[in-house]
Design a protein around this ligand. Structure first.
Ligand code: ASP
Length: 424
């Protein structure tokens, strides 16, 4: 088993997890210990290990990344390319979603809005739990995104996993660190480089346990939700899934090939462990260490580019999330029989783009952004209760899309910077 490549081992773990999760459900037990609690233990241990290294990893990589883009020109150029890529790829993703949801119209069956059939008038207990489950997940109000970017207390921000604040602080820190006298500046740089390299080593060590962790996470999800739950929502599920897969396996590869001149297949192969980890954790932030590792070691992108593009991308650039927000909001609008004028559709596209920036890289975070869209187009936020049914499965896929797009951005930018060590 250990001779197999990591991504194969993770894939086998996912398949085994689906089988075990289905067979055992939440009740079955062995020697008085439920299988479910074993899955939970394995999954939580792995997720915790990844989360444990996020704060020092993000800080150290961004600080060294910014400080080593020594001149203001370098920084401006990289910054411009990165932001342009984020905006362009997310917009393309949303348009892919828009095309699919208009074509398939999952919210309309036999010419009638499916609202009633899907029981959109949910009872209040469901609504309360749906709303409670999305609270505190970031996203939200667009002005709030800026407010959260400048946290009043950086230690509290780090402790609470407020990534936007942490990223902003690290950017500023790295920038000014390279503007102090040479002596102390060098000491600081080698300190942060040391932290960053140590975190990467720890990542490599944690990755060896990925198949077990992934097994636990996936088996737990399958055992808890089963597959029947989302049959009534099947059409919506298929629409969102096809759109996400199209973006990941058709649009992005075309971009890689024709804009970057890199081999999409080789890059997908290189990123497979990260994509599979994103799939099972449904968290871009938790996957970040593995994304960085794969990109540097297997795709051969420099540390300078990865440390600039990826940590930012894991929070800011979410193609899958933006696409999903659009499909979900359009689906609900169709289901309610709302008139989908161009203005409404444009509003949805714009808010999906803006809110995907503020969505945290954690499971189910999009739901809160969708409530913002629903409010904007005049639908009751309770409708998101419906999305909860299929959310976990689609979250796994959209998170893979999110981190894949970040990695494509890094390769494209590395190419445009004429990096020589690229392996794909
Ligand atoms: N789970 C996603 C991520 O971490 C965010 C979301 O779409 O809910 O990338």
């Amino acid at each position: 088993m250990s001779k197999l490549k990591l991504h194969w081992r993770i894939l086998i773990a996912i398949v085994l997890a689906a089988v075990f999760g289905t067979i055992t459900g939440t009740e079955a037990a062995i020697f008085g210990v439920s299988f479910f609690s074993i899955y939970d233990f394995l999954g939580t241990l792995f997720l915790n290990a990844l989360r444990m290294i996020i704060v020092p990893l993000i800080m150290a990589t961004i600080i060294t990344g910014i400080a080593s883009l020594s001149s203001g020109n370098d920084l401006g150029r990289m910054g411009f390319k990165t932001i342009t890529y984020y905006a362009a790829s997310s917009t393309i993703a949303i348009l892919v979603g828009l095309a699919f949801v208009n074509f398939f119209s999952p919210g309309v069956i036999d010419g009638l809005p499916v609202g009633e059939r899907l029981n959109l008038t949910l009872d209040s207990a469901d609504v309360d739990s749906a709303v409670a489950s999305v609270e505190g997940r970031g996203g939200g109000d667009i002005v709030q995104i800026f407010i959260r970017m400048v946290p009043p207390n950086i230690v509290a921000a780090a402790a609470n996993g407020e990534m936007l604040g942490l990223i902003f602080f690290s950017l500023v820190f790295g920038y000014f660190m390279s503007r102090i006298p040479a002596g102390p500046a060098e000491t600081m740089l080698s300190f942060w480089k040391g932290v960053s390299e140590t975190m990467m080593k720890i990542t490599m060590w944690i990755m060896q346990f990925a198949p077990y962790g992934v097994f636990g996470l996936v088996a737990k999800t399958v055992a808890a939700t089963g597959f029947e739950a989302f049959l009534p929502m099947l059409w919506f599920f298929v629409t969102a899934l096809l759109a996400l897969l199209t973006h990941m396996f058709i649009v992005m590869p075309l971009l890689l090939k024709f804009v970057g001149g890199v081999s999409p297949l080789a890059h997908i192969r290189a990123m497979a462990p990260a994509m599979l980890t994103a799939f099972s954790t449904a968290s871009s932030s938790a996957t970040l260490p593995i994304t960085m590792e794969c990109l540097q070691e297997k795709s051969g992108v420099s540390e300078r580019t990865t440390s600039f593009v990826l940590p930012l991308g894991a929070t800011v650039n979410m193609d899958g999330t933006a696409l999903y927000e659009c499909v979900a909001a359009m689906f609900l609008a169709q289901a309610y029989g709302l008139d989908l004028s161009y203005t409404t559709q444009f509003t949805i596209v714009l808010i999906a783009l803006l809110t995907s920036i503020g969505v945290a890289g954690i499971p189910a975070a999009s739901l809160v952004a969708i409530t913002v869209i629903l409010t904007a187009i005049g639908l009751p936020v309770e409708a998101i209760g419906l999305l909860l049914v299929t959310d976990r499965m689609l979250d796994m896929v959209r998170t893979s899309v999110n981190i894949f797009s970040d990695s494509c951005g890094a390769v494209l930018i590395a190419k445009s910077e004429k990096e020589t060590g690229i392996l794909v």
